[in-house]
Design a protein around this ligand. Sequence first.
Ligand SMILES: Cc1cc2nc3c(=O)[nH]c(=O)nc-3n(C[C@H](O)[C@H](O)[C@H](O)COP(=O)(O)OP(=O)(O)OC[C@H]3O[C@@H](n4cnc5c(N)ncnc54)[C@H](O)[C@@H]3O)c2cc1C
Length: 489
Amino acid sequence: MRARVPYSASRAKFHPLWTCHARQPHTRYATAAPLRPEIYDVVCVGGGPAGLTLLTAIRSTPATSKLKLALIESQDLTPARTWKLPSDQYANRASSITPKSEAFLSQIGVWPLIDPTRLQPYHHMRVWDGLDSSSQISFSSPSSPIATMAENSNLQQALLQRLEELAPFSTFDSTKVASIEDGPSPSSEDSLDLSSYPSLTLSSGEKILARLLVGADGLNSPVRTYAGIPTRGWDYERHGVVATVKYLERNNHHGDNKSVIAYQRFLPSGPIALLAMPGNYATLVWTTTPSKAAKLKTLAQEDLVALVNAAFRLDNVDLEYMSRLDGGHTEELNWRSRVAGVEEDEARIPRWVDSVQQGSVASFPLRYRQTDTYVSSRIALVGDAAHTVHPLAGQGLNMGLADVQSLVNTIEYTVKHGGDIGDEMYLDRYNREMWMQNNRMLGVTDKLHKLYGIGWGPVVGIRSLGLKMVDQLGPVKGWLMKQAGGIGT
Ligand SMILES: Cc1cc2nc3c(=O)[nH]c(=O)nc-3n(C[C@H](O)[C@H](O)[C@H](O)COP(=O)(O)OP(=O)(O)OC[C@H]3O[C@@H](n4cnc5c(N)ncnc54)[C@H](O)[C@@H]3O)c2cc1C
């Protein structure tokens, strides 16, 4: 069994990255039997997409549907339950959901509850090199979408609605995990040995015990800290700037879904992507240095709009110059595009952005993390608690959903075989299935980030050649598209 480290939220602030700590002595804890804390089969810490999907999937799988479940989430879930935006506004956090994730969400009854008027499938994807726009790769899937854009809040609301249909389960929201330690050993008052069960003290003061404790608690996972599972990786020194934008109205555009294209251009400081939302809207994800991200957030709306349009059209030297300006971006773009002559083919370049939704510009630091293992005795980690990936391939949330699917299959297998769902021997099935698969995706996205971060020298020529070759090679391209769609192995 892996050495556990009692987790305490008050001590936690001294270890912001939750990396490996030395084994600490177990804290003995004894209580009279009638006062023994409530025991749950599965306690999930974290009510983000991974945690909510886990509980929904356990409840909707016949063999596991009777397990006693608890959710602990530090935020108030009421705004997520009642979330509603007008049809001309979109949340700035949206994710591309792969067909594999969509199939899983359908299987557990969540996808039909997502508001379909706020989903946008896309059938084409165009990715090109910011230093050589002839070097590009494009994917098309006329019969079925490559992926579907969904606001995270739309997904979260559907998950909560489905969970309520499948109730009962215990929800502790607006509640933090204050500490986690080993459960009580047998005593004169209580002969039951619960010392291998994680014992959680909640911010409300309540204590609960878990047969299986799942950490779906994001990057700084308290569950991971308690389990003593090391996480390795680095910060990219890049921020992802997100915003909801509106395109200029176009005559004769009838929003034919089959023609929708996702665009991504690799600039030396990071990729910029425009991912269509319904109607004339799109989600912007612009990866750039922290200082440039800070500047983008302070620009006047029309300057930001001009810079986004420039980022898809101008060459890198012009763009770098414009990025340093404090204002007047529109005039500068108009002048430079007149002089240089910019492309207007929608098959290659997104339409002109007209406006940015008020209050939608935000940024997130980007990181690479992979834990040494996703399981230990009575512990499993899923989603960002287990791994954090660069968003350039839009895979983080999808990887978390795949973790959940695999873990629930493992729990189902254990229950059907009369095993203990917290037994590491059973949990290892999940680890063996997902760790390597996720490691490959983490590696590919990390290499892409590094390859395209090089702004000069022979590498630029070689990568252009490589991209052009891949674009010509049907089987390699097919494999890449399967990975992007989450249907590869
Ligand atoms: C700019 C950007 C764009 C992205 N685009 C995509 C995309 O297109 N496709 C995609 O698949 N992925 C995308 N991702 C990644 C995706 O957003 C994340 O991988 C996903 O949200 C992680 O979900 P999660 O449930 O694992 O963790 P989180 O969403 O981080 O949820 C963790 C939850 O745990 C709770 N919590 C934490 N600590 C405690 C505690 N002590 N007690 C109680 N609760 C606690 C938190 O409140 C939170 O609700 C993107 C990420 C970024 C930054």
